[in-house]
Design a protein around this ligand. Structure first.
Ligand code: DI6
Ligand code: FE
Length: 396
């Protein structure tokens, strides 16, 4: 047992509020869970004690939507977009996701791993303790498996990694018929799952990607294999993706700038988490805002994530997402922090982390800050002092 004492704890206990304990202590048991959380004055006596010297403590950050493993970069498309070419135009001309697929297939497994490790270290440096990583730049059975293996190996850095199968991301060049490709996507799943490489299944439902009917087939395959689903929904247009996701009891629907009132209602009824991705909104200079007030009113849990990818969201800063969640989307600093902790965990189906509460996994961050709102108020600044993560380095 180890006691951390004398910190300002933002426990995020319960469904709202910071759950502040001004002079608080955390007792961590030998299984890596909080055995006790409360005022330092009431803390149980143990031999192993660390002083927090008034520093702020929050739950470890959960980045619940990333595409961290890929080859190449797309700064050329950044320049094109600055000249007025849209993300959808670039995709239709064979750039976008397809250009990253070519670069990912061309890279060796060790090159992919080295690049992904550099990116994961950046997330870790800002306090991420759990990360979700999607496939979707391989688009054939072997290349998707390679991406998922590389993602899993990032656990060696001392990070809890969840992997999501996103083969329904774009149509690869060797297929002309999207329906035939969807057949293949469904056929590859059982072997990847048997290899222990898949925690959830995602798809891109959009006019430049796959139709709701095609996504439904992928979802049915996932559910048949006992895997939960998630969806890139309503990013560029309203496809009714949120309703489709809700019908399949999706863990989350992500992006959601074009989400309709009916979509909000369906998500609320299904308990599907809304994952908002301000990095992609910002980088694509989107002007349509996700319906935050309607989500709030309907009681849909809101998560925030980096959506790190080489095209629409090349950021590695979860702290910047806290700020953008407030400035761009109108979240409160508390909603932003819940979005990158407890609600991020829920978007992955994880209920054992994201709050400083007895019984939860003892993943937490110690910050040079007096109040948790400071984490969202500043940007381009990293106040992390120390990150404590139970996924220990070198232990996959
Ligand atoms: N939407 C996104 O934001 C990522 N995937 C998706 O469907 C971006 C993928 C990319 O542009 O490489
Ligand atoms: Fe994404």
């Amino acid at each position: 047992m180890k006691l951390w004492r004398g910190g300002r704890l933002a426990t995020l206990a319960g469904e709202r509020g910071w759950g502040l304990i001004d002079d608080g202590a955390l007792l961590v048991d030998d299984s890596g869970h909080f055995a006790w959380v409360g005022p330092s004055a009431d803390a149980p006596r143990v031999d192993d004690v660390a002083e927090l010297h008034g520093a702020l403590v929050t739950p470890g950050l959960v980045d619940c939507h990333t595409h961290l493993v890929y080859g190449g970069n797309r700064a050329n498309e950044f320049e094109q977009r600055l000249h007025g070419v849209s993300y959808a135009d670039i995709a239709r001309a064979g750039g976008g996701i397809k250009s990253t697929v070519a670069a990912t297939r061309a890279a060796s497994e060790s090159e992919l791993l080295a690049a992904a490790q550099r990116r994961a270290r950046a997330l870790i440096g800002e306090g991420v303790t759990t990360v979700e990583i999607k496939s979707g730049y391989g688009l054939d059975a072997a290349s998707e498996a390679r991406m998922l293996r590389v993602a899993r190996r990032l656990a060696d850095l001392g990070l809890d990694v969840r992997t999501t199968y996103l083969a329904a991301h774009a149509l690869p060049p060797e297929f002309r018929d999207a329906d035939a490709y969807i057949d293949a996507v469904c056929a590859w799943l059982p072997e990847l799952q048997a290899g222990g490489l898949v925690d959830a299944v995602d798809a891109f439902c959009e006019h430049i990607a796959f139709s709701p009917a095609q996504v439904a087939r992928v979802f049915e395959a996932a559910l048949q294999h006992g895997l939960p689903v998630k969806l890139h929904a309503e990013q560029l247009s309203d496809q009714g993706g949120a309703q489709l996701a809700a019908r399949h009891r999706a863990l989350s629907a992500d992006h959601l700038e074009y989400l309709s009132p009916a979509g909000v209602q369906a998500m609320a009824e299904a308990g599907t988490v809304a994952v908002l991705l301000p990095g992609a909104f910002y980088a694509l200079r989107e002007t349509r805002l996700p319906p935050v007030a309607a989500l709030r009113e309907a009681g849909v849990p809101i998560a925030l994530a980096t959506d790190h990818n080489p095209g629409s969201s090349p950021t590695l800063s979860p702290l910047l997402m806290l700020n953008m969640g407030c400035v761009l989307f109108g979240l409160t600093p508390e909603e932003s922090l819940r979005g990158l902790t407890v609600n991020g965990a829920r978007a992955l189906g994880l209920h054992d982390r994201g709050q400083l509460v007895a019984g939860q996994r003892a993943d937490f961050c110690i910050w040079q800050a007096g109040h948790p709102r400071e984490l969202a108020a500043s940007f381009g600044h990293n106040p992390l002092i120390e990150r404590v993560c139970q996924a220990r380095q070198g232990e996959p």
